[in-house]
Design a protein around this ligand. Structure first.
Ligand SMILES: [Zn+2]
Length: 216
């Protein structure tokens, strides 16, 4: 590469491209996924480049299928194929008791315990000032809107036993206190700082059984 006289490298807005543009775009997209740093993004991108085309396209198809067929339950915000998720659509579930969780994967963790027969409400996150997530970004309004029409008598706060999960539980407890709904929190005994999804079924089942009233 030749440079015209007088031009300086300092004039470059960014360093010359290291990768071909499609590769760089793939690395950038992968790097936006949760828990994937720049190094992992590069490693995954080069893994995909090495894969036989058919294997890589299978991944593309499964992403596009999920985006086309799966959305969120209009009642509880769990993942759903259709308007309602399988749990909301199941008439045998106990009406009146709601288990409030952060993410759809927490529903799976609690279902595995076979200790809970009510329905869920998925907040789709937890309050986190550091990440700029407040109650308005969560499905809190939608939770309050369910209480009366569904005749909810108890709300079990099953958010994670970490700082964000506790803050979210306390916020909801204060919000629910004047509304005449019994509000309980799963018992301690879960590893502090952990995630519900990593708790074993027995521990999580006991935490549910041993839930206590929350003093807001
Ligand atoms: Zn649902």
């Amino acid at each position: 590469m030749t440079r015209s006289a007088g031009s300086t490298w300092a004039g470059w807005a960014c360093p010359p491209e290291v990768y071909a543009q499609p590769v760089q775009e793939l690395i950038d997209e992968l790097g936006r996924l949760p828990g994937i740093g720049p190094k992992s993004a590069q490693r995954i991108a080069f893994h995909l480049l090495k894969l036989p085309k058919e294997d890589a396209l299978r991944l593309v198809r499964s992403i596009s299928e999920v985006k086309e067929r799966i959305s969120f339950c209009t009642r509880c915000w769990n993942v759903a194929e259709g308007e309602l998720c399988g749990i909301c659509a199941d008439e045998r579930r106990e009406a009146g008791v709601l288990c409030v969780v952060e993410e759809p994967r927490d529903v799976v963790a609690i279902e595995k315990t076979q200790e809970f027969r009510g329905r869920y409400h998925v907040l789709q996150g937890a309050i986190s000032p550091i990440e700029g997530i407040g109650p308005d970004q969560l499905r809190v309004k939608e939770l309050l809107a369910r209480l009366e029409p569904e005749g909810i008598t108890e709300v079990i706060l099953c958010t994670n036993p970490n700082i964000e999960g506790e803050a979210t539980a306390m916020y909801l407890a204060r919000l629910l206190a004047p509304l005449g709904v019994r509000t309980t929190r799963i018992a301690s005994g879960l590893p502090v700082g952990g995630d519900l999804e990593y708790a074993d079924e027995l521990t999580l089942g006991r935490a549910l059984q041993g839930r206590r009233e929350v003093e807001a």
